[in-house]
Design a protein around this ligand. Structure first.
Ligand code: SIN
Length: 192
């Protein structure tokens, strides 16, 4: 698959005639919501786990020295916590460009985690997923290796380390545990 997924994502017209769509964010979309949204709610999706297994050539690294950012990896029984945003479908235009380095829009059920409200407890929506067949995929490595790569990488959006530290801080603030992210945070802070 080509490195740039923008054209492939434009073919995903499933929600085009909807007034709004729920987008589930699990990485930078949790802490960097630089797009218009109508509301946001903490949410989770089932059967996926967050991993720093995706290469970043365009935001947190370069083509010659990619950084590492998160994608979702299938895992039976896993629950990935994040933030859901209700967006107008037009927002997919800029989001497809932001997520173009291997991420494809995939339809997913999600459960909201602010169950005390009167709003529905579940919805079908979209998640940007970078599968193992994408050209920027790096896959698993020892956590110490991943931490070293993150500590050393920089890209047009800034240091790779900031991506990790911002994600860890956002998950902590939301009250979500993620051993992989918190272990990498610890290792990167130790390198510093
Ligand atoms: C996401 O945050 O949902 C996708 C990955 C990223 O942009 O960091």
């Amino acid at each position: 698959m080509s490195l740039d997924t923008t054209a492939a994502n434009r073919l995903m017209t499933h929600f085009d005639d909807h007034d709004s769509v729920w987008l589930f964010g699990y990485g930078s979309l949790i802490w960097k919501a630089d797009f218009d949204y109508l509301e946001r709610r903490p949410a989770s999706i089932r059967g996926w786990t967050r991993r720093f297994w995706q290469g970043s050539h365009d935001h947190r690294g370069t083509p010659d020295a990619p950084g590492r950012v998160v994608t979702l990896v299938p895992e039976d029984g896993a629950i990935c916590h994040g933030m859901a945003y209700r967006i107008p479908p037009s927002v997919f235009g800029p989001l497809d460009i932001r997520e173009k380095n291997g991420y494809l829009r995939v339809i997913t059920p999600m459960a909201f985690e602010d169950a005390a409200t009167d709003a529905p407890a579940q919805a079908e929506g979209v998640v940007y997923l970078a599968g193992e067949d994408n050209a920027a995929y790096l896959g698993p490595a020892a956590e110490v290796e991943i931490a070293r790569q993150i500590a050393a990488s920089h890209g047009p959006s800034g240091p790779n380390r900031d991506y990790l530290l911002n994600l860890a801080a956002a998950l902590r603030e939301l009250g979500f545990d993620d051993a992989h992210v918190f272990e990498l945070e610890r290792a990167v802070l130790e390198i510093a």
